[in-house]
Design a protein around this ligand. Structure first.
Ligand code: FAD
Length: 464
């Protein structure tokens, strides 16, 4: 009799274009889909609160999709290697199929699993969560790329990706299923207080939500080049959490949009930033916790033990800095688990430069509050803004939040997310204090732009 195969789901919660499922189902024997909530494998970054909310909803949908093809989802909690080894023993499975992931803890879990299985069954890893696996495209010297633009050019040559693999029509069930946890018992959803209460108004986690967002974006894709910088308009795809959790493959997105010709090239380039970020953490697994540039590690950040610094950080997190564009972004983040990319850049720059607070504090806050929190994309973007990373040194490029707000026409966006400013018109909305408006309950700027800029440049002068 054909031995059962296990499918180990991680951040690839879909049935379509899922190479691990196709391989596991190919033997026509029983298939056992498994998801493990693993907060324990060494170096594991415990998922943040917003991600846990998403995960709960996404697993519910995955379970329903599996039931529709005659299967189910086994849930376990604990170190992945131990849990999988136990399921292998119970079921007599001879293969564990999974997609490749590049976070350092997943590498550790894969090594631990191979060791624990000790030949009893084998772990088979497949590609498919990225356009190309990290390390596939290399420089002329055969080394992985460190800089985005040459990476993009080299990857572009290999596109388009292969057509999507089909979803299974059915998956054979084993005679006896291994034990499973109940999703409700994992307590992934916040309760008291339910700070994620409004997330559901903005998102539909799971593959149906991903497909819907892609469909909605197809007609807008040609406007993306200009529209992507305008937070008041809905001209970006909002696919990031779906991509992060693997509810849709990047190849599916590429193939759907690339047919639209050169107008969508800017979008495809952005999509490749996601691949680039994996390419970086694959080379530098410590990237999320340490500035890549050695001299920047000595930058004299303000001390987080100081009460004034703590108060400034709190004002940033709560969207009460007195800078409307920054505050709108931080409140959008809290209310929806997501923030527009242009505003992410402005808010991150404000924390790092105007407030001179270590980028790692901001990275941690985003990690906890973003529904698309991604070890690679988050750390690569934070290090990009702070000029501490492998790419260009951006520290001295200090974004002026007030003129950015005006340039990118953020008035409606601010009015939406900062109710204290709902009645303030353009152009006052970008900098009400400067125009002498005193909207009730809206704070004064916690630091002046020139003052913040000068302090940041002084700090930089000490390490450059
Ligand atoms: P679109 O503009 O529609 O882009 C399509 C897709 O391309 C995105 O879904 C995303 O997968 C990818 N993409 C676009 N821009 C980037 C980028 N700069 N880096 C990596 N991938 C990109 N993105 C995350 O997915 N997770 C994070 O944790 C994250 N943290 C960030 C932190 C900071 C400080 C900054 C400045 C950016 C961060 N980003 C992160 C990148 C970017 O802001 C989001 O990917 C984007 O806003 C998601 O919205 P969208 O799907 O509508 O993007």
């Amino acid at each position: 009799m054909t031995k059962p195969k296990i499918i180990w789901f991680r951040r690839d919660l879909r049935l379509a274009d899922q190479a691990a499922i196709v391989a596991a189902a190919a033997s026509n024997g029983p298939v056992i889909p498994v998801y493990i909530l693993d907060d324990e494998t060494p170096k594991h970054r415990v998922m943040g609160g917003a991600s846990r909310w998403w995960l709960h909803r996404s697993l519910e949908e995955l379970e329903a999709c599996l039931q529709a093809v005659g299967s189910r989802l086994i849930l376990r909690q604990g170190p992945a290697a131990e849990q999988l080894a136990e399921i292998v023993k119970f079921t007599g499975a001879d293969e564990v199929h999974a997609l490749h992931h590049y976070e350092p803890w997943w590498r550790n879990a894969e090594r631990a699993l191979t060791k624990t299985l000790s030949g009893e069954a084998r772990l088979v890893l497949h590609d498919g969560n990225y356009l190309l696996p990290p390390g596939t495209v290399t420089t002329g010297a055969g080394t992985p790329f460190k800089i985005y633009t040459p990476f993009w050019k080299a990857l572009r040559v290999h596109m388009p990706p292969a057509e999507a693999l089909p979803s299974p029509e059915s998956l054979a069930a084993p005679d006896v299923w291994p034990d499973s946890d109940r999703l409700e018992d994992w307590n992934l959803m916040p309760t008291k207080p339910d700070w994620a209460a409004s997330f559901g108004d903005h998102w539909q986690p799971g593959t149906a939500g991903a497909d819907a967002n892609l469909e909605a974006f197809v007609d807008k894709a040609a406007q993306y080049d200009e529209g992507r910088n305008l937070p008041s308009e809905e001209l970006v795809s909002r696919l990031s959490p779906h991509l992060h959790f693997g509810e849709i493959s990047p190849a599916t997105i590429w193939n759907k949009l690339a047919g639209q010709g050169t107008k969508v090239e800017t979008y495809l380039k952005e999509l490749v930033w996601r691949d680039y970020a994996q390419n970086v953490i694959d080379q530098f697994p410590q990237y999320g916790g340490e500035s890549y540039r050695e001299k920047m590690r000595a930058l004299p950040w303000r001390d987080m033990r100081d009460d004034t610094v703590k108060a400034d950080f709190k004002a940033w997190c709560e969207g009460k800095t007195g800078y409307p564009i920054v505050d709108a972004g931080m409140r959008e983040l809290w209310a929806t688990g997501w923030m527009h990319n242009r505003v992410r850049m402005i808010a991150a720059s404000f924390l790092i430069k105007h407030l001179l607070i270590d980028w790692r504090e901001g990275e941690k806050w985003f990690w906890d509050t973003l529904v698309d929190a991604d070890f690679a994309s988050n750390s690569v973007n934070w290090q990009w803004v702070s000029g501490t990373g492998v790419d260009s040194n951006m520290f001295v490029r200090i974004m002026a939040p007030l003129s950015q707000s005006e340039k990118f026409n953020a008035g409606d966006y601010i009015r939406q997310w900062v109710p204290e400013l709902a009645d303030v018109g353009d152009p006052y909305i970008h900098d009400p204090e400067e125009f002498g408006c005193k909207p009730r309950d809206y704070p004064r700027k916690i630091i002046g732009h020139r003052e913040g800029r000068a302090r940041a440049l002084d700090a930089y002068a000490q390490v450059k």
